[in-house]
Design a protein around this ligand. Structure first.
Ligand SMILES: [Zn+2]
Length: 330
């Protein structure tokens, strides 16, 4: 089926093979001595370890061709899985911090995404994330960048990075600036942090969507808040298995969120880091959580309903999806 994905990090789609090739080409030392060791590093038990490698990876990107390679491989992956609409998180601040330049990186990526769309490829939009671990620098940087640019691919500001020790409200002034500049806002919350972070994202940041949001189930009032305000949660089952308390997928609260009336989508987060792809996530929801094909199809369509691309673009895709769904008997 054609698919729409709202929760994937562009930098998090770089495979160990691509990272190894880029690091070799740029003579950047990785914390490992071989590709095999690098592959072994792509297996996580903690968010801190994950973040450590993620930042090392961002530091390997040094040239325009590295960013082009990342964007092109990402788009090929979308094509291979029939992902027709995707909103990818991208973190310009990290590329600024490591010296390439955040705006330059964004422009290169945006050009590649626009070219793919013009050629009939996947429609991709970007969410520029503030990484929470560096919010005092990355917050003002990201807000200023969004105020300066007028890039048709950039639809929202987002909040990524670790949750523990980083209340969601820390980014409120920067999110306010982005809203005033015309952007939607979304935020990671309720992944490694609890339901209170989800409340902060909705009430204090006015997030249109929440990435993960799964720990909202720890508080009935927060679940109701999401349902009443129609805030969609972009859930990533395999990522949650590695980085959250839900180590056993059959214990995952996705079904409880749906039963509470919370709109949800399925996403991959950082697919090679968790050995997954979007098709696997759908299969997992079906096999481990018992979601029916009709339910999966509705989750898929939520990607267009709650996506932030222009209405005309989403309507065109919705018609394309409906035709494909009818042909598949969905
Ligand atoms: Zn994420």
């Amino acid at each position: 089926m054609p698919k729409a994905e709202l929760h994937v990090h562009l930098e998090g789609t770089i495979t160990p093979e691509t990272l190894w090739a880029i690091a070799q080409r740029n003579h950047v030392a990785l914390p490992v001595g071989s590709l095999a060791e690098l592959r072994a590093l792509y297996a996580f038990e903690s968010f801190d370890r994950f973040l450590h490698l993620w930042l090392a990876m961002c530091g390997c990107l040094r040239r325009a061709e590295d960013y082009e390679q990342m964007a092109d491989a990402f788009l090929e992956g979308c094509d291979a899985q029939n992902v027709r609409y995707v909103e990818a998180h991208f973190t310009p601040y990290n590329h600024e911090r490591f010296g390439f330049g955040g705006r330059r990186a964004l422009e290169i990526v945006s050009r590649r995404l626009q070219a793919a769309e013009a050629g009939g490829g996947p429609v991709a939009r970007l969410i520029t994330d503030i990484p929470s671990e560096s919010v005092l620098e990355s917050g003002p940087y990201t807000a200023a960048l969004l105020e300066e640019i007028a890039d048709p691919v950039v639809v929202a500001i987002g909040l990524g990075g670790p949750e523990e020790g980083f209340p969601r409200r820390l980014v409120a002034p920067y999110f306010e600036r982005a809203r005033r500049a015309g952007y939607a806002v979304v935020a990671h919350a309720g992944e490694t942090g609890g339901a209170d972070h989800v409340r902060q994202a909705v009430l204090e940041l006015q997030a249109r969507r929440v990435q993960h949001g799964v720990r909202a189930v720890e508080d009935e009032a927060t679940l109701r808040l999401l349902a009443e305000r129609d805030v969609c949660c972009d859930v990533a089952l395999t990522s949650n298995r590695f980085l959250t308390v839900y180590r056993d997928v059959s214990e995952h609260p996705l079904r409880r969120m749906m039963d509470a009336g919370v709109p949800v989508t399925l996403g991959t987060d950082d697919p090679p880091f968790f050995g997954t792809d979007l098709t696997r996530e759908y299969r997992l929801a079906h096999e481990a959580l018992g979601l029916s094909l009709a339910e999966l199809w509705q989750l898929d369509l939520n990607g267009l309903r709650y996506g932030l691309a222009e209405t005309g673009v989403r309507r065109r895709l919705m018609r394309e999806f409906e035709a494909a769904g009818a042909a598949l008997g969905l």
